[in-house]
Design a protein around this ligand. Sequence first.
Ligand code: SAH
Length: 277
Amino acid sequence: MPDSLPLFDWPEMLPGWVWLVGAGPGDPGLLTLHGLNALRQADTIVHDALIDARLLDWVAPGAERIAMGKRGGVASPTQAEISARLVGLARAGRRVLRLKGGDPFVFGRGGEEAQALARAGVPFRIVPGISAGIGGLAHAGIPVTHASVNQAVTFVTGHDTEGLAPRLDWGAIARGSPVIVIYMGMRNLAEIAGRLIAAGRDPAEPVAIVASATMPGERVLETTLGTCAAEAEAAGIAAPAIVCVGQAVKLRQALDWQRLVAGRPLRDTDPLGTGEA
Ligand code: SAH
């Protein structure tokens, strides 16, 4: 690690170990210091499809980079193949960094990979990361909790191996969670929105879709539950994208700090009309 940060006992990455590291949503500045420490020491980096290329500029000279991630619609390795590769590299005595987008344990199959290492007797370390559904939204000026709006937030996946997450009780989520954050939601957005409305959510309820959050091509679409699928399609909003449903989305009018960076005024400092400080 940098000499300018000498006060911490940085862990050493030993041969034969796998470190499962969350890379954060994209912006290299949102990687943790433990993540940077891992990037500097690893001789083998096995990374996801979603990893921002700028992060990979930080790997140690001569380190091997292996792109291995699952990507919807594109031929990609199976989870078993990825796990077997990690086990094989560790057994060959490599210092393996498994770099995954966001947090490795949030809709990232990190649990499965760590379990495969555990079963194989390969030692590992887990380094959490900033998840897109929290940090990506914060970067876009949307707080996932806000005292006057919600005391609960639900994180859901918009699809799994069986399609539109069939085991989810969308009605219960619609009734119980003032703010709903949907990962991998673009493919089934019309159906998800339809289910939430059918369960009583207002079609006029604010929705934000944040695509490529914290990356150079970040785009934010502010829309409504009733129109989000059509508007996203018309605007050409593409994955990776996070969908946030709820009144918290309105706060972006006050909290979109990127306007300040660009020298533009905030749109409204009290968008909820609560007058609170
Ligand atoms: N482990 C990751 C999530 C992996 S699932 C995390 O904690 O963030 C992949 C989904 O995450 C994408 O379909 C998208 O919904 C979301 N996602 C990941 N990175 C994103 C980004 N930079 N911008 C918007 N959404 C992102």
